[in-house]
Design a protein around this ligand. Structure first.
Ligand SMILES: NC(=O)c1ccc[n+]([C@@H]2O[C@H](COP(=O)([O-])OP(=O)(O)OC[C@H]3O[C@@H](n4cnc5c(N)ncnc54)[C@H](O)[C@@H]3O)[C@@H](O)[C@H]2O)c1
Ligand SMILES: [Zn+2]
Length: 331
């Protein structure tokens, strides 16, 4: 067994797990914490180190960490000796409810994020919400943005539960552990059910991109200085405004989203000024736009994603996007 983690998680969570499984220290590999480790260079170092330790076809890779470790170690497992079993032990909220579920693994390249990778379903995903006790608050909120996205695309009951419990998730004395545990359980179920219906993202899985076309563009324009979840928070609001401008959504979606974002202490807009045309231009460099068209997973109302007849992607005219951006970035 090879245990892979990062420099923040290694002592906190990977070492105790390795001890419990009697994995020797030399079979535990640690990469520097942060997105920069999701690289071919780290993939090369890890696979070389495993080869040097004599890992064979019968080995198992155990990924202990956030989404960075999960994606990187997952890609190691997908490729090592043409593929060995993978166990995901996610330790960030985002990894528990999103990255560890669904089988997407990979690394970033200079041309963009996640551009080299493979589908490799984990043999097992072990989620212990107790691990979140050591997660910094900003990273908890980062995961809460994706949980809000899940609630919006799932339905009214899910959304109402989420909003009713939002304050307990971000209270200053620390999150309510029971609420967080229930949140994790609900969101694992949501992500798993979407992926089970459409593993290769030809249809319903695209609805998970709600907030992400604009979110990724904002992330790019900000030079990755704003957390992904915060960009998705801003992106969901802009995309709700787009849906309203197109007449797909009524007038209640935007204020409902704003209320939920505020309850989670997530931003409505970037703190630094950002030009609408820069964000629009960045939507075109998104990997999902490579074919030349940019598609949005727009929401008609809580629980209803638009465009089921054309696999949940809606094309939007530039002037509509620019108007929503101008509106959202300034007000
Ligand atoms: N494969 C997928 O389907 C999928 C889906 C969504 C996101 N992702 C990827 O996930 C990555 C983001 O994941 P992330 O937000 O978890 O980032 P991350 O892995 O960088 O973790 C965030 C930070 O929290 C630290 N950390 C994690 N767990 C901790 C804990 N329990 N205690 C203390 N510190 C802890 C990490 O060291 C890191 O500093 C991105 O690369 C993104 O592309 C993949
Ligand atoms: Zn996301």
């Amino acid at each position: 067994m090879a245990v892979i983690s990062d420099s923040n998680v290694s002592l906190l969570h990977a070492a105790p797990l390795a001890r419990a499984l009697a994995v020797p220290g030399d079979d535990c590999f640690t990469v520097p914490a942060g997105e920069a480790s999701k690289s071919r260079a780290e993939w090369g170092r890890l696979t070389d180190a495993m080869l040097a330790r004599g890992f064979g076809r019968d080995s198992v890779v155990i990924a202990v960490g956030g989404g960075v470790v999960g994606d990187l170690a997952g890609f190691v497992a997908a490729t090592y000796m043409r593929g060995v079993p993978l166990v995901q032990v996610p330790t960030s909220l985002l990894a528990m409810i999103d990255a560890a579920i669904g089988g997407k693994t990979g690394v970033d390249t200079a041309a963009g994020k996640n551009l080299v990778g493979a589908f490799h379903q984990p043999l097992l995903v072990v989620v212990d919400p107790e691990a979140l006790r050591t997660l910094p608050a900003a990273h908890l909120r980062n995961g809460l943005a994706e949980a809000l996205k899940h609630a919006v695309i799932t339905g009214r009951a899910e959304f109402d539960w989420f909003v009713a419990n939002a304050a307990a998730m971000v209270r200053s004395s620390g999150p309510d552990a029971a609420i967080i545990a229930e949140l994790v359980e609900r969101n694992v179920a949501i992500k798993a059910s979407v992926v089970a219906r459409d593993e290769r993202e030809n249809g319903i899985r695209k609805s998970l991109n709600f907030g992400h076309t604009i979110g990724h563009a904002i992330e790019t324009v900000a030079g990755f200085s704003i957390l992904h979840g915060e960009c998705v928070a801003i992106g969901m609001r802009v995309e709700a405004m787009i849906a309203q401008a197109l007449g797909l959504a009524g007038t209640s979606l935007v204020p409902e989203l704003e209320q939920a974002l505020c309850a989670l202490q997530l931003p409505l807009r970037p703190t630094a000024a950002m030009r609408a045309d820069d964000v629009l231009a960045a939507t075109r460099s998104d990997k999902k736009a490579r074919a030349g068209t940019v598609e949005y997973a727009l929401v008609r109302e809580i629980g209803a994603v638009a465009g089921s007849e054309h696999s949940y992607g809606t094309r939007v005219a530039d002037d509509v996007v620019l108007a929503a951006l101008a509106n959202a970035l300034n007000a």
